[in-house]
Write a new protein. Structure first.
Length: 106
């Protein structure tokens, strides 16, 4: 009999991989906001006040990524696979919205 997906060990491994990716994006966005913006293929504003605003928004984006990474990692360590699945799906929802916003800005 096949084991349910919520009890599969691959879920924890995949969650830790997602967490590591989010951690990398978060650190990059906080430490190098303009490089992170270029990675998203969004244009950098021409004026200095616009660039300062974008830098601040990228730090906020990076903080969101870091908090999501920590949440996934922490829930993964508890062993509650059902909550891990819910947390990963919520983070995927955030990633979907991020992608939708970037796509509409192009």
């Amino acid at each position: 009999m096949a084991q349910p997906l919520s009890s599969h060990s691959g879920l924890t491994i995949a969650a830790h991989i997602f967490s590591a990716i989010m951690l990398a994006f978060g650190i990059n966005s906080i430490t190098r906001p303009r490089a992170a913006l270029e990675m998203l293929e969004l244009p950098l504003p021409a004026d200095e006040s616009g660039r300062a605003t974008v830098d601040s928004l990228m730090v906020l984006y990076g903080a969101k990524e870091l908090f999501q990474a920590v949440a996934i990692y922490a829930v993964g360590k508890t062993g509650n696979r059902r909550m891990l699945g819910v947390t990963v799906m919520a983070a995927c929802g955030g990633a979907f919205v991020d992608g939708f916003v970037v796509k509409n800005q192009m």
